[in-house]
Design a protein around this ligand. Structure first.
Ligand code: GDP
Ligand code: MG
Length: 209
């Protein structure tokens, strides 16, 4: 269910059945790394400097063109559950992509990346794709996690890596677009290698209505 916050766009989007694929994407990571800000920046192109209350926000929808396909993204925010480090397993269901976020000015949020990655691997679909994002790269003076450490961790976990800023709108769109491309690549790989009858039933996202 869409919340009141996205009703402005929700009505138009929910009546729009004209898409080729729909991907459920989750943004996870420690509290206050900037997940909600990142989602607002991408979906509404806005940034609210004060703390953004996450309560009541379920997801936002954005439709993009990629690889000649109309792709509807359903992007979920954790609604504050991340404070307890465990997110209900239902939240992970059906997710095809994850943005795993830490804050480059917060060591603890970086240290938590491994735990979040384990949660993703435990609760999500095997083929779910993950991008590691070091947010708040506009705060260079307060940086405690070097780009190099971020990149090394991403390599270790097998994820692609971006540094980004929801505030200054750096690499936000690029992050989502790369994630979508990686999901599409993975999808065509499984189509190439698997029995199409099985693949069609189990792995394809919602087809065009
Ligand atoms: P969440 O708990 O992960 O959803 O984090 P929020 O989106 O609520 O952001 C937490 C705080 O960090 C807020 O005060 C935001 O304004 C701030 N913030 C978020 N993204 C950025 C960023 O890219 N740069 C800077 N400087 N601050 C940010
Ligand atoms: Mg939030």
């Amino acid at each position: 269910m869409a919340s009141a916050t996205d009703s402005r766009y929700g009505q138009k989007e929910s009546s729009d059945q004209n898409f080729d694929y729909m991907f459920k994407i989750l943004i996870i990571g420690n509290s206050s790394v900037g997940k909600t800000s990142f989602l607002f920046r991408y979906a509404d192109d806005s940034f609210t400097p004060a703390f953004v209350s996450t309560v009541g926000i379920d997801f936002k929808v954005k439709t993009i063109y990629r690889n000649d396909k109309r792709i509807k993204l359903q992007i979920w925010d954790t609604a504050g559950q991340e404070r307890y480090r465990t997110i209900t397993t239902a939240y992970y269901r059906g997710a095809m992509g994850f943005i795993l976020m830490y804050d480059i000015t917060n060591e603890e949020s970086f240290n938590a990346v491994q735990d979040w990655s384990t949660q993703i691997k435990t609760y999500s679909w095997d083929n779910a794709q993950v991008l590691l994002v070091g947010n708040k790269c506009d705060m260079e003076d307060e940086r405690v996690v070097s780009s190099e450490r971020g990149r090394q961790l991403a390599d270790h976990l097998g994820f692609e890596f971006f540094e980004a800023s929801a505030k200054d709108n750096i690499n936000v769109k690029q992050t989502f677009e790369r994630l979508v491309d990686v999901i599409c690549e993975k999808m065509s790989e499984s189509l190439d290698t698997a029995d199409p009858a099985v693949t069609g039933a189990k792995h394809l996202p919602t087809p065009r209505a």
